[in-house]
Design a protein around this ligand. Structure first.
Ligand code: ADP
Ligand code: VHF
Length: 365
């Protein structure tokens, strides 16, 4: 398996098949796959749908298409069932992250999510992400967990995305209505023609169908994240994946994930400020691959919030030596510049991060 960190998205039909609430029928093989990946030193984040499906029978609803608040109530009760269902297949702990599009768009919350995921993975916990359906009305919604999984792959800096569904991959037409549909094993470029093949879903508990999976694949491969759509109802699929084979549809990433990310940091992100660094900090960043600590900062310029990108400037010659996503606002940095990381909490009253810019969020120019 040619990846280090993967996001695995599991569709509702796998978590709660046949409209009968949560089941272990398909999760056992998925959990075994995750455990094997972890044994091989890979890091895994789960994006799991199924809270609405899991809670469907626990909330009274007259119509086959429940109202939004009814679905939100189903999700609320179903989420507990779903998490308990996942946890019973793992010896390592699972953790729950409920997030919305609004959270991912807000820079401060974005780095909070990123920091939390980083620590969970370092502690061998399996993060299980779902949309926060209670608060996610239209303007806050990602809307479907396929696109949410792609955004989670981005924020977690994954290099692979697996979308597990109840279909073998992308067909040239919806296989449910067309017995002659042909499976497409590899997609190198996501064009209009690829979208034209994709239909929606006929499953009342699912969202999106193949179209949202292709949207997710497009977001991922653009950022160097290789993407697979495979059939999670077939346990043989996981044996093939573990052997590095493609049992479904593979979307080719145009470049490596780290390269795409460095490119994004360097060229796309606009810097909103700068910090000046002493000689020791410049050495640590350039020669030792270190994260930036507050002790090496001599002064702070510009107006920026936590989560903004800033330039790192060598005090000796005024040269910009690096760029990165700052964990603190300019106001906070002015108070903690030059101090030791251990003093941050005493000075600010809180310490969201001991480093000012994490190495993974920095590009040395
Ligand atoms: N071109 C296509 N290739 C494969 N599946 C398709 C295609 N167009 C539509 N679909 C439908 O998409 C469904 C999977 O999407 P969905 O029901 O939303 O699954 P999930 O719950 O896993 O997200 C399949 O069961 C299939 O009927
Ligand atoms: N948050 C919802 C996600 C719905 C959804 O996107 O479902 P799916 O199409 O099966 O991935 C739930 O957990 O039911």
């Amino acid at each position: 398996m040619n990846f280090n960190r993967a996001v695995i998205k599991v569709g509702s039909a796998l978590v709660a098949p046949d409209n009968k609430g949560c089941s272990g029928q398909h999760l056992l093989a998925i959990a075994r796959f995750i455990t094997e990946c972890q044994r091989a030193g890979k890091e895994i984040i789960l994006v799991s749908s199924g809270s609405v499906a899991a809670g469907r029978q626990l909330i009274h609803h007259g119509s086959p298409v429940p109202s939004i608040p009814t679905k939100q109530a189903m999700a609320s009760v179903g989420q507990m069932q779903m998490m308990a269902n996942w946890q019973r297949f793992f010896d390592v702990p699972c953790s729950q992250l409920l997030i919305t599009h609004g959270d991912l768009k807000d820079r401060q919350r974005y780095i909070n999510i990123k920091n939390t995921l980083r620590i969970l993975l370092a502690n061998n916990v399996i993060p299980v992400v779902n949309e926060n359906d209670t608060v996610a009305t239209e303007e806050l919604k990602v809307g479907d967990n396929d696109n949410l999984a792609a955004l989670v792959a981005l924020v977690s800096e994954a290099d692979c995305l697996f979308i597990l569904s109840d279909v073998d991959g992308v067909y040239d037409q919806d296989p449910r209505n067309n017995p002659d549909a042909v499976l497409i094993p590899q997609i190198e470029q996501i064009t209009e023609a690829v979208y034209a093949m994709a239909g929606t879903t006929s499953n009342p508990i699912a969202t999106g169908g193949m179209k949202t999976k292709i949207q997710a694949a497009e977001k991922a491969v653009e950022n160097g994240i290789e993407t697979y759509i495979v059939n999670g109802t077939n346990s043989g699929v996981f044996d093939l994946l573990l052997k590095g084979k493609n049992p479904g549809t593979k979307f080719i990433a145009s470049q490596a994930a780290t390269k795409a990310r460095k490119h994004w940091l360097k060229h796309t992100l606009k810097s909103n400020g700068q910090v000046m660094l002493d000689r020791g900090a410049v050495q640590a960043l350039v020669n030792k691959g270190a994260s930036l600590l507050p002790s090496g900062i001599t002064s702070v310029n510009g107006h920026f919030a936590a989560g903004d990108s800033i330039d790192l400037v060598n005090n000796d010659n005024n040269q910009v030596i690096a760029k990165g996503i700052c964990q603190y606002s300019e106001r906070d940095l002015l108070k903690i510049k030059g101090c030791n990381s251990e003093q941050i909490v005493d000075i600010l009253g809180y310490c969201p991060s001991k480093v000012i810019i994490h190495r993974d969020d920095m590009v040395v120019l």
